[in-house]
Write a protein that binds this ligand. Structure first.
Ligand code: GDP
Length: 136
């Protein structure tokens, strides 16, 4: 049985700043994802705080929110069979140093806090995150 899912992907400021957005989008397309919607926006810090609310008790929360709102990001709704897991695999581990060869974070990530992409980690979070960026 097919299991078509939608997930939210963000090309983060470090990657947009280096003009890697088209390269990263072409990786998703090559991997069979459809980009259903996309928008380039600059978040306010309060938006980033809302987006990363699950991390509000972490020591890196403030830096994380400063960073996500430091420059434009490209948010996309990606669709594919098992999109959530598939995107997580293509992204690679959170820390680019630990990411597998060939993954986006291994190729383009600078550090654990400048790791080029975000991807939803569950069906429930994908719904919330898609709604966060594309509610209109
Ligand atoms: P992800 O789902 O792989 O993006 O990882 P998480 O949801 O656990 O964390 C969200 C984001 O917070 C990551 O993409 C990192 O940019 C950042 N982050 C996670 N863990 C750490 C950490 O230990 N130190 C710092 N500085 N940033 C972190």
């Amino acid at each position: 049985m097919s299991n078509i899912e939608q997930t939210l992907s963000i090309i983060k400021p470090d990657a947009v700043e280096r003009n890697l957005d088209n390269k990263i989008k072409s990786i998703f397309i090559q991997e069979g994802f459809k980009i259903l919607k996309e928008k380039k926006i600059k978040l306010e810090k309060e938006d980033a705080e809302k987006f990363y609310k699950v991390h509000e008790t972490k020591p890196f929360y403030n830096d994380l929110c400063e960073y996500l709102s430091s420059g434009p990001v490209v948010a996309m709704i990606l669709e594919k069979e098992d999109a959530i897991l598939s995107n997580r695999k293509i992204m690679g581990a959170t820390d680019p140093k630990k990411a597998d060869e060939g993954t986006i974070r291994k190729k383009f990530g600078i550090s654990i806090d400048r790791n080029s992409v975000h991807g939803s980690d569950s069906i429930d979070n994908a719904k919330v995150e898609i709604n966060f960026f594309f509610r209109d």
